[in-house]
Design a protein. Structure first.
Length: 73
């Protein structure tokens, strides 16, 4: 038996750890009273904009400031 962390996204139970279950394997799902923070996915265009900011930034402070302006951080 193994225990893994995860969360319920409103339709599915998602594990946050790598597991290799086999088909029809029995599971026990325990719902906790604490919410799980979920990170939003980032599009390829947003990732490419990081590279643009990196080439235009004079220093690390400016780079982070521009990313915050784009609401990435």
């Amino acid at each position: 038996m193994v225990s893994v962390h995860g969360y319920y996204d409103g339709a599915n139970y998602i594990t946050t750890e790598t597991v290799n279950p086999y088909k029809n394997q029995s599971v026990i799902i325990t719902l906790l009273d604490e919410p799980h923070s979920v990170r939003k996915s980032i599009t390829l265009e947003k990732l490419e904009s990081f590279a643009i900011h990196a080439t235009n930034a004079d220093d690390a402070q400016d780079f982070v400031s521009k990313m915050r302006d784009d609401r990435v951080l």
